[in-house]
Design a protein around this ligand. Sequence first.
Ligand code: NAD
Length: 348
Amino acid sequence: MFEELIRSWDGEFVATHFDTESGTWMFVCVHSTTRGPAGGGTRMRTYETPADGLEDAMRLAGAMTLKMAAVDIPCGGGKAVLATPGPLDDATRRGLLLRYGELVDSLGGTYRTGPDVNTTIEDMDVIGERTPYVFCRSTAQGGSGDPGPYTARGVFHGIRASVGHVFGSDDLAGRSVLVQGVGDVGARLAEQLAEAGARVFVADVDDERARDLAGRIGGEVIDPGTVTTYECDVYAPCALGGTLNAESIPRLRCRIVAGCANNQLNEPDDAARLRDAGILYAPDFVINSGGVLHAWGKEMLGWSPEVVEERHAGIGDALTAIYERAEADGITTAEAAERIARLRLESA
Ligand code: NAD
């Protein structure tokens, strides 16, 4: 199964290691180094089979190549999966991360990692004990820390640009924005939207979290079960993927979908469904790139806070270019983002 997957993949290479101590398969997939060292987070998960973990890593690595190119970061794309046999105790997890750090180090900087699903800033500190090729270590350890606030900043700029495209002015005063999921990114996004004068609606399965935030920013809490039918200017999915699908799209009552969640479209056809419903979709891999811009920019490219903020604002410009390209070429915004990224890759 591994053989078939690796042979048919369009990426550059896969480094595989079986960690006997923890029973974990490590897969580092370097999809492209055409534009620079491959960057992408490390996901820790239990999969039905190890091959499912490898396939996930390959797919995510390809998406990172497009993401880096779409927002013009001089990096390629990669991703790693640590496919664990089940929950690990603290000591086993630490041992695994140290040995994984050695694997990353052995690649000599071709692949540089960061946090992803089920890996934290603290985990990056542990990996950092074995390799310098790791982003988002804690600031105490010399890293750039939690990317969440920076992802939120990028989404804020992306929402402004999307509002500007649809309504002719990017002024958020009086615009209604529904933030689904007010965790690390969503809460900070909601704060910035409220500061900019937007009417902010928040929904979270953690009701107390939603209420606390709404109280602080003067927002309104809505039932998480009604999110996709709630009337608003902007729906910002900031919780989980797959909320845009054949069933939910016809019921949406918003003009724009723009949020940080990964994999918002359940399937590629959903981009056309949104367009046909007259809803502007900000491709997730572009609008949620603020955290990567900050970490890679600060740690690898030496960007100052001013340059980082400029690049965050640039996410808005990138989206505007994508919207214009989609209209000019008669394609969806998701296709336009991919087309722009592929052109950058070809000319690298
Ligand atoms: P988080 O875990 O801190 O927050 C997620 C929030 O969503 C939590 O408050 C949770 O209670 C809530 N939630 C879960 N299911 C829900 C549902 N069905 N309805 C409403 N609320 C629900 O995660 P985060 O770091 O804020 O990331 C949010 C999303 O953005 C994820 O999809 C993540 O992959 C993506 N993302 C995050 C970053 C980043 O820098 N943190 C970067 C890019 C993409």
